[in-house]
Design a protein around this ligand. Structure first.
Ligand code: ADP
Ligand code: ADP
Length: 222
């Protein structure tokens, strides 16, 4: 089974000024373990596509499958469970909670899931795996560099061991060298842990890290 499948998916926003077609009959299939770069001009539909893969948005028309599951046939509670257990999200702005330390940020998804709030070993192991030194565990985001913040955010995305990672401009806030290190980390997660990675980016040089580029223009696959 492919990790993600879109069948004739359209997303239409109805505004007072008229309809906006953000996605126009998109059909695609992403295999387990693939690293995909989604590229295209601003306003072409990249965020809409990623939001739908993340079950944050539903299609106006067509069907979206995450593994075997048709997300159009799931309840909100089921979608929340699916997001928590099978998907990890990585953002341009990192989206860490400023008042929480690195390890507390990573622990948060476990607490939200109703798990054991202890589980310190698991959080420490994952932080070590993404390259955060032990002496940084109690630092808040403001006390970390951009690259370190993104590593913590990646650890948070990994804590529930999702099959799929969805990354929106993950290096957009980082300098070139730090960005390359984060890309190397994502590639390692793909190659060594078999993660499926879908990354939205404007940066053509980043497409070299991906197995395949999905190019979107005006809501269509180009
Ligand atoms: P990208 O991420 O490639 O910049 P988006 O998916 O954000 O593109 O947007 C695609 C199109 O859909 C744009 O024309 C945008 O203005 C429109 N759009 C996106 N989100 C909304 C929304 N919530 N309501 C109305 N229009 C939207
Ligand atoms: P980004 O590309 O940084 O992910 P967004 O997805 O928030 O940015 O927005 C992309 C485009 O979609 C922008 O052009 C924005 O104006 C448009 N857009 C986003 N949300 C809405 C909305 N609620 N109504 C109309 N346009 C929107």
């Amino acid at each position: 089974t492919p990790a993600i499948r879109f069948l004739d998916v359209s997303k239409i926003y109805s505004l007072r000024s008229g309809d906006v077609t953000a996605l126009d009959n998109v059909t695609l299939s992403i295999e387990e373990g693939e690293f995909i770069a989604v590229m295209g001009p601003s306003g072409s539909g990249k965020s809409t596509l990623l939001n739908m893969m993340g079950c944050l948005d539903t299609p106006t028309k067509g069907q979206v499958f995450i593994g075997e599951r048709n997300i159009g046939e799931m309840t909100d509670d089921e979608l929340t469970m699916l997001r928590r257990e099978h998907l990890g999200f990585i953002f341009q702005q990192f989206n860490l909670i400023p008042l929480l330390s690195a390890i507390e940020n990573v622990r948060l998804p476990l607490i939200l899931k109703g798990g054991d709030p202890g589980c310190t070993d698991r959080c420490m192991n994952i932080l070590a795996e993404v390259g955060i030194e032990v002496d940084r565990l109690d630092h808040t985001p403001a006390e970390l560099s951009g690259g370190q913040q993104q590593r913590v955010a990646i650890a948070r995305a990994l804590i529930n061991d999702p099959e799929v990672l969805l990354a929106d401009e993950p290096t957009g806030n980082l300098d070139t060298k730090t960005g390359a290190q984060i890309m190397d980390l994502l590639v390692r997660l793909q190659k060594e842990e078999g993660k499926t990675i879908i990354m939205v980016t404007h940066d053509p040089t980043l497409s070299e890290y991906a197995d395949r580029v999905i190019r979107i223009v005006d809501g269509r696959i180009a």
